[in-house]
Write a protein that binds this ligand. Structure first.
Ligand code: NAP
Ligand code: MN
Length: 260
C-alpha cells in the first residue's frame, strides 16, 4: 500500500519505527497521492489528520494507531503493523463516518463554510445565550442557556456523550443536537432532550446577539461576535476508517467505554 503518516507531536520516534516496519514489509511511504493516511496518536491526532487531508477525503483511507490515549478512532497498536496489512485485505473492514458541514453567515453578508468530524458547539459562559432554532426553515424553539452542541454519529461518543446525548451507530445517517444547560421555566421553554435530525435536514441557529459566544469545531475555536446565523447539515462526505477485521462500531464503543 501507498501510505503517509500524521504524527502526534511527541510521538515522532514511534512514528519512525512504524514507517520503518511498514516499508520493510513492502509498503510505499509517499507524499505523492498516498492511498492510506496513518494517524499515530489519539483521537485528537485523527481529528487533525482528517482536517489536513480533507481535500482528498474521497480518495484516501484513514488508519488510526493508538500511542496511549483513549483512541476511539484508532483501532491498532504500534506493534500491530502486520494486522494493518491483514485488515487492508479482509472485508468488510471500513467504518464510514459522515462529517457535518456548516455555514456561518456574518453580519456583513460574508459566508464561511467548514466541516467537523466530531461536533460543533456554540457556547457562552458569560451571558444567557439566545439561539433561535430553525429546522428546514420552520421555527422550532428559542433556546436560552449556555449553548448547543451538534454532533456527527462518530462524534456522538465525544463531548455529546458527556452532555447526556445518545451514542449513535455510524451507519445511521443522522446528526444530533444536544443542549448545554438550557433554562426551562414558566417563561422560557425548550424541548429539553437531545434530538436526532435526518440526512436531508438543515438546522439553523441564529441569534440577535452572539456577544462573547464561542464556536468550537472539533479541537478548534472561533469568536462569533460578528456572526448572524449558522446553518448545519450532514455532509455527503465521509471518512473511510480502517478497522480490525470483523470489528464494528459497537466494538469501538465497548472498547472505549466498557473496557476490553
Ligand atoms: P482532548 O481533551 O484530548 O479530548 C477529550 C477526550 O475526548 C479525549 O479522551 C479524546 O480521546 C476523546 N475523544 C475525542 N473524540 C472522541 C470520539 N469521537 N469518541 C470518543 N472520545 C473521543 O482533546 P482533543 O484530543 O483535541 O479532542 C477534541 C475533542 O474533545 C472535541 O471534539 C470534543 O468532542 C472533546 N471535548 C470534550 C469535552 C467534554 O466532554 N466535556 C470538552 C471539550 C472537548 P484521545 O485521548 O484519544 O484524544
Ligand atoms: Mn486528545
Amino acid at each position: 500500500m501507498r501510505f503517509n503518516v500524521f504524527c502526534k507531536e511527541n510521538s515522532i520516534d514511534q512514528c519512525d519505527k512504524i514507517i520503518k516496519t511498514l516499508v520493510e514489509q513492502g509498503n510505499i511511504f509517499t507524499n505523492d497521492n498516498p492511498e492510506y493516511i496513518i494517524s499515530i496518536g489519539g483521537d485528537g491526532t485523527m481529528l487533525r489528520a482528517v482536517r489536513k487531508y480533507y481535500d482528498v477525503i474521497d480518495h484516501v483511507y484513514f488508519i488510526g494507531i493508538n500511542t496511549g490515549e483513549l483512541g476511539f478512532y484508532t483501532d491498532f497498536l504500534p506493534n500491530e503493523a502486520d494486522q494493518i496489512i491483514h485488515s487492508v485485505t479482509c472485508s468488510p473492514n471500513y467504518n464510514h463516518c459522515p462529517l457535518l458541514e456548516y455555514e456561518m453567515v456574518y453580519k456583513n453578508g460574508s459566508v464561511v463554510r467548514n466541516f467537523a468530524l466530531n461536533e460543533i458547539t456554540i457556547l457562552n459562559s458569560f451571558r444567557t445565550q439566545i439561539l433561535e432554532v430553525t429546522i428546514n426553515d420552520n421555527p422550532f424553539e428559542v433556546f436560552r442557556g449556555t449553548g448547543l452542541l451538534v454532533s456527527t454519529p462518530s462524534g456522538s461518543t465525544a463531548y455529546n456523550k458527556s452532555l447526556g446525548g445518545a451514542v449513535v451507530d455510524i451507519s445511521i445517517e443522522a446528526f444530533q443536537m444536544t443542549e448545554v444547560a438550557s433554562i426551562n421555566n414558566r417563561v422560557y421553554q425548550t424541548l429539553g432532550s437531545p434530538i436526532l435530525l435526518g440526512k436531508e435536514s438543515i438546522l439553523k441557529l441564529s441569534s440577535p446577539n452572539f456577544n462573547q459566544a464561542t464556536l468550537t469545531t472539533d479541537y478548534m475555536f472561533d469568536h462569533l461576535d460578528d456572526v448572524e446565523s449558522i446553518k448545519v447539515w450532514l455532509s455527503d462526505k465521509k471518512i473511510k476508517l480502517l478497522t480490525k477485521c470483523n470489528h464494528t462500531f459497537w466494538h469501538r464503543v465497548k472498547r472505549a467505554f466498557l473496557g476490553k
